[in-house]
Design a protein around this ligand. Structure first.
Ligand code: FMN
Length: 369
């Protein structure tokens, strides 16, 4: 049997196969941050479609972390009951579900509508990689954010999620702290790698206090920035090892602070030949060889054979997909029947561009399928 369809565990979480739906912002939450019927439909379709673990989209845990109007919140208890409907939808259709806890840092543009400035480890003058007005976060505010992550994780568990994932990639707050380019602090939160990872460590400890020892806590970690002056892979690998030693139960390996073009981001475009697929494979392979916790590989998976090879060769334990499952949520079941099936997704990123214009998540290239 193809190894991709064989069960595996993360901590005590039993997963029926090796396919994970990587967190995918859906622009479909209610303006209040509550779960919508549309989101319940999206989760049901993915669960029915064969994926073993759905990682639900970026969800803010502290008001200062909100990046967009239509994202979910777990910033207080009022959100738990709606989230229960989401976890029920996944479970009823045979999938497990985790939630990605998030703080946008300097990219949390939506807070400007609340007359606040986004927060960042440091303010970088004339930064070609991010244009925006934001200010430096204070040590007291850092403590507030850490507590909010802890409490958010506790609420996730109460809502029935099977795990939480800290978003530590793609240029958001933890990524901004890890990168020597965006973190220029002189206090205990900046400087050497140990200090630049302090936020991750403290968030982990706060989460663990709130969820208990038996509950899986993952991190999606950006191990290299998308430009030359940013986080180098050498340090990214070191960070991955330190976080595994700390107690994180799985690592999803992705990129950190973004460059200016899609080529320097987590969602590369035009994946139209085998050599363009699995674009973070070398990073996963290296980290898998150096840590003892499960590795989730992500980034441009389109052909079953490559994914199978990666898991069989122990370059990763799981493979995660985002864009192909937007247009074909039942892709995993289809691959089960026909391993040669080509996914419809052409990696045009028009789904992303539509989201940026405030539209709910949908496939723009094949809207009627
Ligand atoms: C529309 C869209 C929304 C995304 N939302 C998130 C998100 O909420 N959290 C996250 O970590 N990554 C997010 N990503 C990145 C994906 O999880 C994934 O890392 C990336 O798209 C590469 O995988 P793929 O080639 O299978 O799409 C998003 C990507 C897209 C295209």
């Amino acid at each position: 049997m193809n190894i991709l369809f064989q069960p595996a565990k993360i901590k005590n979480l039993q997963l029926k196969n090796r396919f994970v739906r990587s967190a995918t912002y859906d622009g479909s939450a209610k303006l209040s941050g509550h779960v919508s019927e549309r989101q319940i439909g999206l989760i049901s379709a993915l669960a029915e479609g064969g994926v073993s673990l759905i990682i639900h989209a970026i969800t803010y845990v502290h008001p200062s972390g909100q990046i967009s109007p239509y994202m979910n919140s777990l910033a207080n208890d009022e959100f738990i009951s709606g989230m229960k409907k989401l976890t029920k939808a996944a479970h009823e259709h045979g999938a497990k579900i985790a939630i990605q806890l998030f703080h946008g840092g300097r990219e949390a543009r939506y807070v400007k509508t609340k007359n606040q400035l986004p927060l960042a480890p440091s303010v970088i003058a004339d930064d070609p990689y991010y244009k925006g007005n934001y200010r430096q976060i204070t040590p007291t505010e850092i403590e507030g954010v850490i507590n909010a992550f802890g409490e958010g994780a506790g609420r996730a568990r109460q809502a029935g999620f099977d795990a939480v994932q800290l978003h530590g990639a793609h240029g958001y707050l933890p990524s901004q702290f890890l990168s020597p380019y965006t973190n220029r602090r002189q206090d205990e939160w900046g400087g050497n790698l140990e200090n630049r990872l302090r936020l991750h460590r403290e968030i982990y400890k706060a989460m663990r206090r709130n969820v208990g020892d038996d509950y899986p806590i993952f991190i999606k970690l950006g191990v290299e920035d998308g430009f030359a002056e940013g986080l180098e892979l050498r340090e990214g690998i070191q960070a991955a090892k330190m976080l595994a030693d700390l107690g994180f139960d799985a690592l999803e390996i992705s990129s950190g602070v973004r460059g200016e073009k899609y080529s320097g981001t987590e969602y590369k475009t035009k994946i139209n030949k085998l050599s363009k697929e699995a674009y973070f494979r070398p990073w996963s392979r290296e980290i898998k060889s150096q840590v003892d916790i499960p590795i989730i590989a992500v980034g441009g998976f389109r052909t079953l054979g490559i994914m199978e090879e990666i898991v069989r060769n122990k370059e990763a334990d799981f493979v995660a997909l985002s864009r192909p499952l937007i247009t074909e949520p039942a892709l995993i079941c289809q691959w089960g029947k026909d391993p040669n099936k080509k996914p419809r997704c052409i990696s045009c990123n028009k789904c992303l561009e539509a989201l940026h214009k405030g539209k709910p998540l949908h496939c723009v290239a094949f809207p009627n399928k």
